[in-house]
Design a protein. Structure first.
Length: 160
């Protein structure tokens, strides 16, 4: 019978302790090996809680699926700040570069509705509205228009 364990773990620093170790122990798998795989897959999310799904089949084959933190958490991490603006479109708490927007879009594209990096970057910019973050000195709305107008096409081509 296949067993599935789902947990939120700190990116890049999972341990054999709770919540993973106690859940894996009775299944007879090498816990250290699983923890090492999880840490390798989540190292880019250092310091953030990451959803992880571990599936173990009857032959003790292990499959690890790593989700991604919310887009807003990735934006805050890129800026090195703890929280967004309390008054969106009035107070801005940071300014991302378009390259940072592309980085976040690449991390999230598999879980977004967008199927192109261009549209995914616009989704990230949409989240910047609610967080209170500008992009290259422009409001998120102005940045989305700049993407539509082709201003970032070269960067998108290079980053795709």
């Amino acid at each position: 019978m296949t067993e599935t364990i789902e947990a939120l773990i700190p990116g890049g620093s999972a341990t054999a302790g709770a919540p993973i170790g106690p859940a894996l122990g009775p299944l007879g798998v090498n816990i250290k090996q699983v923890v090492d795989q999880i840490n390798e897959k989540t190292k880019d999310f250092d310091g953030m809680q990451v959803p992880v799904k571990i599936t173990i089949d009857d032959n003790k084959n292990i499959e690890i699926e790593v989700g991604t933190p919310p887009t807003s958490a990735l934006i805050l991490q890129e800026l090195g700040i703890q929280k967004g603006s309390g008054t969106q479109n009035v107070d801005y708490v940071g300014d991302l570069t378009f390259d940072q927007v592309l980085k976040i879009a690449r991390m999230k594209i598999d879980s977004m509705l967008s199927n192109t990096i261009k549209n995914a970057s616009k989704e990230v910019m949409g989240t910047c509205i609610s967080v209170g973050v500008k992009i290259d000195g422009l409001t998120p709305q102005e940045s989305q228009k700049a993407v539509d107008d082709g201003r970032y096409d070269e960067a998108i081509q290079q980053g795709a």
